[in-house]
Design a protein around this ligand. Structure first.
Ligand code: MN3
Length: 256
């Protein structure tokens, strides 16, 4: 991997570092995306180097211990899910970024379909898992219970009631075909919340809508404890939903 550090890049990092130190509370995938976007105009002149800046994505730290979500989600599942599955999305995402930069350097775009797909799949995995860890918390210590008043009102307006929201979300999660997610999104075009499914990490994704809550229903998320009983896992999962994190996600998505 050859990534040359330009003066422009060094200057940018100094500025970005200051902003981060000042407490810019951006989730790591969003920060990475922004860093990449802000660097989109920088370029390298040497033909032997990778072309354009490459973001190095990192596995976020789990905000609680592996056993913190028991008995609803077991420690072994959490350890493998975070340390192996999520890590592999981060590793493969970084590889895709480097390979795409190499393709720009060499002008060889023969594998563009493969690496573009790897970028979508693994960025989807990194983004959704980064959110997933944060929208869960130990039961009775941030997890479970009911949404805040403001979020309850929003859910009631958009779905009829909080109970109807839960029913639709549970049904969507139960019936994802194969591996995927149920996701609650904020859609800015009409300022409402909508529920959708995602297959794998990215298929059926909605453009312009921001996920604020999601449940991973890949078998790796529940099979050790629940085997084929996905509905039991989904019911147990409601006990660890961190509603205040969901409210924060909504505020961010609304630009509030
Ligand atoms: Mn997963």
């Amino acid at each position: 991997m050859e990534v040359k550090m330009t003066q422009e890049r060094r200057d940018f990092l100094k500025i970005a570092g200051g902003a981060i130190a000042a407490g810019a509370a951006l989730a790591s995938p969003l920060l990475s995306a922004q860093t990449a976007a802000n660097n989109g105009t920088s370029s390298e002149s040497e033909s032997t180097s990778t072309q354009g800046e490459v973001t190095v994505h990192q596995l976020p730290t789990l905000p609680y211990d592996f056993n913190a979500l028991e008995p609803h989600i077991d420690a072994t599942t959490m350890e493998i899910h975070h340390g192996k599955h999520h890590q592999s999305y981060v590793t493969n995402l970084n590889q895709a970024e480097v390979e795409l930069a190499k393709a720009r350097s060499t002008g060889d775009f023969n594998l563009i379909q493969h690496w573009s797909r790897q970028l979508s799949f693994n960025y989807g995995g990194h983004y959704l898992h980064s959110m997933f860890w944060k929208v869960m918390a130990p039961t009775g210590n941030g997890g479970g219970g009911e949404p805040s008043d403001v979020l309850s009102i929003k859910l009631s307006v958009d779905f009829g009631s909080v109970d109807l929201f839960r029913k639709q979300f549970t049904a969507a999660a139960s019936r994802v075909e194969g591996s995927g997610w149920a996701l609650l999104h904020y859609r800015p075009s009409d300022q409402r919340l909508i529920i959708c499914q995602a297959e794998k990490q990215h298929d059926l994704a909605l453009w312009g809508a921001t996920p604020i809550l999601g449940i991973d229903v890949w078998e790796h998320a529940y099979y050790i404890k629940y085997q084929n009983k996905r509905p039991d896992y989904i019911q147990a999962w409601w006990n660890v939903v961190n509603w205040s994190a969901v409210s924060e996600n909504l505020q961010k998505a609304m630009g509030a």
